[in-house]
Write a protein that binds this ligand. Sequence first.
Ligand code: NCD
Length: 327
Amino acid sequence: MPYERRLFKKLCFQHITILMSLKGKNIISIEDFSREELDKVLSVSEKMISFIENGTSLCKGKILATLFFEPSTRTRMSFESAMLRLGGNIVGFADAKATSVKKGEILTDTIRMAAAYSDIITVRHPSEGAARVSANASDVPVINAGDGGHQHPTQTILDLFTIMKEKGKIEGLNIGLFGDLKYGRTVHSLAYALSLFEGVKIYCISPEQLRMPKYVLKNLAKKNIQVIEESKIEKAIPNLDVVYATRIQKERFGSEKEYLDVKSSTIIDKKVMSLAKKDMILMHPLPRVDEISYEVDSDPRAVYFKQAAYGVPTRMALIALVLGLVE
Ligand code: NCD
């Protein structure tokens, strides 16, 4: 195994607990956050909504580098929008093929350069552990925008913010994680964060082949929260306050056959929605492929586009906290 891959693997599961102040810290895994820190980011996100309405120059003179080695629409655009809304600037790339990576440059060299050209870096990479490797190579803070099938902590912040905004609380809710729980990094991060909220019950709803990984279930077991595994969304949905649907992560499957065996096993359509509570909310990190039928978009319980929009205030909060520009 080449040196870079070995390093990624070694660092993937290493968690470094960060202190209450996020100033100067790397945001790599949701497990680096305490409950108090999550609450802090959520309350600063709320303040950021008024900054969007009234304008701010909080990040004037600061530069965010967005380094995306994997495709992205929402995460990259909302990070860039967040920095521009804060009055800062952005540099970076959306396609590593147009950079020196194409010439054989290793990740850590690219990161060193980005750190010389910016005050804060956000990186998305197809390899698990790449965000931690990046942070170790960087002189400026690094925010993980998704590392392979491992973690996506900033998505989790916006997911928690959405639940708070739409349901008024997180404690005590029955939350269903549905779809590709094996390869979906968003649900790995979200499940851990939810375990920090009292009385949350997590339903893991997926076909047998796409069950939540054992290491995630083990971490949840330590937190003393109830986890229920189900195969059928129709069976679980009447109990749920939140359904968090995910895309089958085709690009992370070992073979086309493995993917075809589980593709479109269940779709959330009007019929499935008719089994849900009147005040249930349906979330999705997007992109949706065919796990939610388009006819559901007009249902007021479908909040996934609103959820994506919350990516801006929440990422503004993270940038401002990490740069030490808000308390
Ligand atoms: C997710 C991701 O990249 O992990 N999308 C996102 O960041 N909003 C989910 C996915 O790609 O399925």
